[in-house]
Design a protein around this ligand. Structure first.
Ligand SMILES: C[S@@+](CC[C@H](N)C(=O)[O-])C[C@H]1O[C@@H](n2cnc3c(N)ncnc32)[C@H](O)[C@@H]1O
Length: 274
């Protein structure tokens, strides 16, 4: 079944993290919390930087990101900041990175899996030419609709084909149709981490040779380098193994070249070579 039970689990974990901060082992929780208190010194919404210095991250935002952030993206970021699940949003520095990358590769036909309120979607839509296209998928339409008025005002909504529902069956359908092989210039994956391997199996077929797939959260809050018994939040621990498995699989895949960047929560770029 493709329905994303695990993602619902993740969301409930995130919410409980904000509401109650409950965990199983009190000692483990205390350690996790102390680490988290350091992390929560980062005040920015969508902050997922793995930089050890808050001041340095703030410097990047204030010097290079916010002064150049398009007005629409700022507005969407501020709307998203008021939403209870705002931890899910793409950070402003990662949005800027995606926007630059898409322009560098002259992307025109793109896909996004995991939209939420649409910050990365808007960063993409603003980077594409006027006849550019984004096939955007999410199991939740309500959150997308929060950002949609801003996307419309920015004059880029015509580039977006939003489909509500799990992404995997859509990918299967596209592969079965046979019309979409090697047709995407760029694909951004920022959804259910336990399906990333399943996405990869299909996306390598759908992205063109020379095109790029970006997998988000591949450093998973830094947990990928932590010892297995290190204290960590339940949802971090739950998805960690999937992220570790994905990272190994990408590194071993001869059909792609990869580059893992510590932007946001870690993004791995995969360029299809064959
Ligand atoms: C981290 S958020 C995406 C953040 C978004 N890229 C942004 O810039 O704000 C993950 C999203 O994935 C969606 N999602 C979870 N499982 C999914 C699935 N199977 N198919 C499509 N979307 C899914 C969730 O509803 C959620 O909105």
């Amino acid at each position: 079944m493709y329905m994303n039970i695990h993602f619902i689990f993740l969301q409930s974990q995130i919410i409980s993290h904000y509401k109650a901060k409950e965990v199983t082992n009190p000692k483990e929780e205390k350690m996790a919390e102390s680490k988290e208190n350091q992390a929560s010194m980062h005040q920015e919404v969508g902050h997922k930087s793995l930089l050890q210095s808050d001041a340095l991250y703030q410097y990047i935002l204030e010097t290079s990101v916010y002064p150049r952030e398009p007005e629409a993206m700022k507005e969407l970021r501020e709307i998203t900041a008021k939403h209870p699940w705002n931890i899910m949003t793409t950070s402003a520095d990662e949005g800027q990175f995606l926007n630059m990358l898409l322009k560098l590769i002259n992307a025109k036909n793109t896909m996004e899996i995991g939209v939420y309120t649409g910050y990365s979607l808007l960063a993409t839509a603003l980077a594409l030419p006027d006849d550019g296209k984004i096939l955007a998928m999410d199991i939740n339409r309500e959150n997308y609709e929060l950002g949609l008025p801003v996307i419309e005002k920015a004059g880029v909504a015509h580039k977006i084909d939003f489909r509500v529902g799990p992404a995997l069956p859509v990918l299967d359908q596209m592969i079965e149709d046979g019309k979409y092989h090697g047709s995407f210039d760029f694909i951004f994956v920022d959804a259910d981490k336990d399906n990333y391997i399943n996405y990869h199996k299909r996306l390598v077929d759908l992205v063109k040779v020379g095109g790029v797939i970006g997998y988000d959260n591949t450093l998973w809050n830094g947990s990928v380098a932590a010892p297995p018994d290190a204290p960590m939040r339940k949802y971090i621990r739950y998805y960690r193994d999937f992220v570790l498995e994905l990272n190994k699989a990408l590194a071993a895949d001869p059909r792609i070249e990869i580059c893992q960047l510590p932007v946001g929560d870690g993004i791995t770029l995969c360029r299809r070579t064959t």
